[in-house]
Write a protein that binds this ligand. Sequence first.
Ligand code: PLP
Length: 396
Amino acid sequence: MPSEKIPFNRPCFGGNEYLYMGQALERLHISGDGYFSKQTQALLEREIGAAKALLTTSCTDALEMSALLLNIGEGDEVIVPSFTFVSTANAYALRGARIRFADIRPDTLNMDENHVAQLINKRTRAIVPVHYAGVGCNMDALTALANRNGIVMVEDNAHGLFGTYRGQNLGTLGNMATQSFHETKNFSCGEGGALLLNDPLLVERAEILREKGTNRSQFFRGQVDKYTWVDLGSSFLPSDLLAACLFAQLERRETIQNTRRTIWETYSRELRGWAERHGIGLPIIPAECHQAYHMFYLLMPTLEDRQAFITHTKERGILCVFHYLPLNASPMGEKQGASKGDCPVTEVMSDLLVRLPFFNNMTLAEMERVVEAVLSFQPTGRPHPLLEARQHLAAV
Ligand SMILES: *Cc1c(COP(=O)(O)O)cnc(C)c1O
């Protein structure tokens, strides 16, 4: 009974991608800041409520722009979660900052605000929360910490576009936020990103940094009569061809998010009983969060069970994958002064977590096959004590 393999992710172009990319070519303007870039930025500003959205070639680039914009340098410290993609840390390390790694909460796997509080000192310049799986961090606590200590907040919102926290869009809670439109994210143009600026005072300099350190944007608006080199900068603009592809996806945001919600709810409903019987953890969504339906993960009882689960599903043609390794225990993390043991919750959860296939054109039959393969797996280990602690957190 050989059947089609189910990948972890499958790109899907179900709207006007071909049409708009053709139109971008016909407009004879495929460099940055063309028609589709402007349409996309306006859509993000309108839908998210940011003062300014600037498209970039990746979320990594948007994070690097944030580091330039904040004048991060030697002697500064930046707090990021240990459980994140390397770019969250790299962007600031590149400017010479020391990265401090915060552990995560066992319930949402988001930055632990109590550990953040311990890491703050007079050198701390920025806190960079990641809304893991598109579920908001405890922004009340993190915002209070940032305000009390005069620290800037940059949300790495790569997972969280269109999610909310207490009714406010993720990406508008920090001074600025970064988005990713990489192939693996909810909305994609292959490689792409955006910097969202919530503080109007940051906009002018951000435009200059993005235009190779020139005041070209002001020139095009007629605010200055010639443009020149005025600041540091680099090239962060994506081609308008990519913006055309992205705009087509963002136009279909309701359809895409509804599909993703169906997948998430199907997994959650069908797997809950099995998970409870075996002490397996499922995502916990706090009441104040409306999630962005970026992923569905399981927390297996032990590392051995997690590995056996990946093999079990692979034998059935289904690709399930683990996620981030703790940055505090990485070779670069150690060079930053961190070491294994600094972030115990991250170190456990990273071993237990596995992500199920999740993509925008997943069919009901594919979901059923994944569910069937998962339900036929029997873990053998005793659940890690943190998984039980996590259930108690969820109950309050
Ligand atoms: C995907 C991702 C990034 C990097 O995005 P790119 O657009 O590939 O640079 C950064 N942070 C997080 C949390 C991510 O998931």
